[in-house]
Design a protein around this ligand. Structure first.
Ligand code: S3P
Length: 444
């Protein structure tokens, strides 16, 4: 298996239509909801990434029958809490923070302790944020000092609905409590700082009772628990976060254009398109439709020479939380000084992304001013790299890897990026699509 990728600027213009892999957040949710529905659900175009394979393995360990044939996944649920709990099982979530946090919500009634483990990067992440509300609902936990993984969860047959203040803007925490509320009698109330709302849309699509009162910064969510729901047939749209790498690649290349088909265009996911358009991109949406309570459509992007600085409004942060790294590259090429603030959550991802993002820009010769939660990027519209850049020790973070590949392709220089396999946790076709655009690279 390849360890390193070598990028030497070798990019010709391209004009293509492409289809990006299925959405990661929606694929994981479809599996989890399928595991709790009554009967056989079918998920088409499921993402075939490591995070999904690990999610499927864990659900199988909980007694759920799942068949995967190509991108078609069939899942046999036996209703809410229809898991077959066994003694002494452990679940390995691999690199997936989303699966790890969401599954805990569904384990709220496990009669035996279940151990949750993950890879090195996931083990370092904060599970205290989800242990706290789930304890209030009725679960008991054993955890280490840092409240990372491994941890042990023991459920209870006496679970209570809670009023939960989710104040980090974390869709994972919000969704975990939403899933646990399927098991609780009475009404759960979640006051959630805005974040991606795929779980809410699944509730609506599946007819599970939910009410949402929206105001500027907070969504107040009311859920009535213990209502079984029917199986479903869902086609996963393309992942807008994976699209972002190719949108920026096109934007920063010469005389190129790209159409990205059937992309999830949920407003809580495409904050980066708003920001890019404010910076001077002319990204367009076509064929907009609604499916499964979600917006879906095609994205059109063209190369853009004159890009402007941005003062990124923090209220959009949770709508572009996975796209900051790739946006930093655009800021590096934009005219003027860009500012991104209130980024506390960014250092808590698969790697400390704010710090690593700044480090990569500095290696590229771009000046930054970094604080614990903000970055100023001094853009240079003539940015060209001529030196050797080695990217290593990045906690195998898929988004750091893909951002570095795009940087090498658009700014030049001789790049060696280690831990090539990392992109497979979210976007397995990444390198194949690069090749199909006629771009050359070497693996070894
Ligand atoms: C996700 C939520 C976000 C995001 C992650 C996927 C989800 O994490 O960064 O990639 O599917 O709910 P947080 O909830 O920790 O912000």
């Amino acid at each position: 298996m390849a360890q390193k990728i070598y990028i030497n600027k070798n990019i010709n213009k391209f004009n293509k239509k492409i289809q990006i892999d299925g959405d990661k957040s929606i694929s994981i949710r479809a599996l989890l909801f399928g595991s709790q529905a009554f009967g056989k659900s079918i998920i088409d175009n499921i993402l075939l990434s490591d995070d999904i394979f690990n999610s499927i393995k864990c659900l199988k360990k909980l007694g759920i029958k799942i068949l995967l044939k190509g991108k078609k996944c069939t899942i046999y649920g036996s209703g809410i809490n229809g898991f077959k709990f066994k003694k002494k099982i452990y679940l390995d979530a691999g690199n997936s923070g989303t699966f790890a946090r969401l599954i805990l919500g569904l384990l709220i009634k496990t009669p035996y302790p279940i151990k949750l483990i993950g890879d090195k990067s996931l083990s370092r992440r904060d599970f205290g944020r989800i242990i706290e509300p789930l304890q209030k609902i009725g679960a008991t936990f054993k955890f280490n000092k840092k409240k990372g993984l491994p941890l042990m969860i023991l459920g209870s047959q006496f679970v209570n609905p809670i009023i939960y203040n989710e104040n980090k803007g974390s869709a994972q925490c919000k969704s975990s409590v939403m899933l646990s509320s399927l098991n609780t009698p009475g009404e759960t109330v979640i006051k959630a700082k805005k974040s991606r709302d795929h779980s809410e849309r699944f509730f609506k699509y599946l007819g599970i009772p939910i009410r949402i009162k929206k105001n500027n910064a907070i969504d107040k969510i009311f859920i009535s628990g213990q209502k079984n729901f029917k199986s479903f047939h869902y086609k996963i749209p393309s992942d807008p976060s994976s699209c972002a790498f190719f949108i920026v690649l096109t934007l920063l290349s010469k005389s190129s254009s790209l159409i990205l088909k059937n992309v999830n265009l949920n407003d809580s996911r495409i904050g980066y398109i708003k920001i890019l358009n404010k910076m001077g991109a002319k990204i367009k949406i076509r064929n907009l439709k609604k499916r499964y309570e979600e917006k879906i459509g095609d994205i059109l992007v063209k190369s853009q020479k004159n890009l402007k600085k941005i003062n990124c409004p923090p209220k959009l942060n949770s709508n572009l939380i996975d796209e900051f790294l790739i946006l930093f590259l655009v800021a590096a090429k934009a005219k003027g000084v860009s500012i991104f603030r209130n980024l506390d959550e960014l250092n808590k991802k698969e790697s400390p992304r704010l710090k690593l993002g700044s480090k990569i820009l500095n290696l590229m010769g771009v000046e930054t001013e970094l604080t614990s939660n903000s970055i100023k990027i001094y853009g240079n519209s003539d940015l060209k790299i001529k030196k050797k850049i080695v990217i290593e020790d990045y906690h195998k973070d898929h988004r750091v890897f893909m951002t570095s590949v795009v940087a090498g392709l658009v700014f030049g220089g001789n790049w060696i990026i280690k831990d090539v396999e990392s992109f497979k946790s979210s976007f397995p076709s990444f390198l194949k699509i690069i090749k199909n655009l006629g771009i050359k690279f070497k693996l070894s």
